[in-house]
Write a protein that binds this ligand. Structure first.
Ligand code: ATP
Ligand code: MG
Length: 152
């Protein structure tokens, strides 16, 4: 089914804005066009909710979250960048394992089950896409999801 990633992302940000405001986070969504993919809208909304809610959860008071939807060369991309606690470099390889939680998140007393990203990755891959994470500049984390763009 053709779904606008930009629209789904906007809906997800609207839902999570109160949680972000409670932590005095700036949360921003940027998109260039509707960015249409073929996806199950409910499942893909869950994907975006998981990644954006992690950004809100793992970013301390006063930080910033920026979500972008774009497309180039037939590939749609959503990136979610935060200024949060970041991921220890040696722990990136385990990030998408079920029940994995980073040492700094556990030590910081931030609660979670470590299932969200494993579920997210399974859904993204079932749609023919990819999900990756990398360090943010100068801090925090950037998650990037790619999917084939729907042909017009
Ligand atoms: P839940 O299952 O409720 O989502 P969770 O947030 O702990 O629990 P995941 O969403 O799977 O689990 O994330 C796995 C781990 O990756 C987290 O516990 C945290 O250690 C780390 N993590 C995820 N997103 C971020 C982020 N934006 N910044 C820093 N660490 C993150
Ligand atoms: Mg989570």
């Amino acid at each position: 089914r053709p779904v606008s990633l930009a629209r789904l992302l906007g809906d997800v940000i609207t839902d999570l804005r109160p949680a972000a405001e409670a932590k005095h986070l700036t949360i921003e969504v940027v998109s260039d066009g509707p960015i249409v993919v073929s996806a199950d809208p409910a499942r893909f909304r869950q994907v975006l909710t998981n990644v954006v809610s992690n950004a809100v959860k793992y970013t301390p008071d006063g930080g910033r979250v920026v979500a972008r939807a774009g497309a180039a060369d037939g590939i749609a991309t959503v990136s979610v960048a935060d200024t949060g606690i970041g991921i220890p470099a040696d722990q990136y390889p385990r990030l998408f394992e079920r029940f994995f939680r980073t040492s700094n998140a556990v030590q910081g007393g931030i609660k979670g089950t470590g299932l969200g990203l494993a579920i997210t990755k399974a859904i993204v891959e079932r749609h023919g896409g990819t999900i990756t994470a990398r360090p943010g500049e100068p801090c925090g984390t950037v998650f990037e999801i790619t999917l084939p763009e729907a042909s017009p």
